[in-house]
Ligand binder design. Sequence first.
Ligand SMILES: [Zn+2]
Ligand SMILES: [Zn+2]
Length: 193
Amino acid sequence: MSYIYIVAIKLEDHSYLETLESFIFSTFHLKTRRRELKINLDDAFDTNRVQYNSSLILRQLITKPPLNAEKILGVLDVDLFIPILTFVFGEAQLKGIGAVVSTHRLHNRFYGLPENTEVTTDRLLKEAVHELGHTFGLIHCLQPKCVMNSSTYVENIDQKSAEFCPLCQKSMKVEKNGPVNRMREFFSLGRDK
Ligand SMILES: [Zn+2]
Ligand SMILES: [Zn+2]
C-alpha cells in the first residue's frame, strides 16, 4: 500500500486538511497519511523579498521520504516564490515525489476582500490537485476548465474546476499504470487490465 503523505509544514489553520485529504483520495484513489516533519523555514527565507523560496522548502520536504510514500504534499501558509517569478501558489517536481502548496495568496483577505473559508478551501483543493498532477507527470493544459490549466492570478484558479479534463485524466492513467504500478495492480487485483 502506498500513500500520499500530507505534511502541514507551517499552517495556523488546520481545518482545511480533512477536506483536502478526502478530495485527494477521491481524485487520485490513493489513501493519505499525515506526517510530522521538521522543516527549517528560515533556510528558505529571503530577507530582501520577504518571501520563502519554494524550491528550498521542496528540497527539505523530499529528503528521506517514507518507503511507502507515493507522493508527499507540503501545505503551508507563507508567501512562496521562485527566483524568476514574483510569487507562486505552489511548486512540484514534474514526475517526482514532492509538491508544496501555500494558502497565503488563496485567502480573500490577502486581496482586501472579506474572508470566505469555502472559497479558500476550494482554491486549496485545486492548487493541491494541480501540483500533485505535475508529480504524476502532467504538464499545463490549455483547457480553461481543467485543473492543470496554469494559474497566474487567483482569478484563474476560480475560473477553472478542480477536475482533470478527459485528456489529462487519460495521461494520468497512463502515468499511474506505468510498469511498477501495473505490477502492483496485478498483485492486488490478481489480474492485469
Ligand atoms: Zn503548474
Ligand atoms: Zn487538461
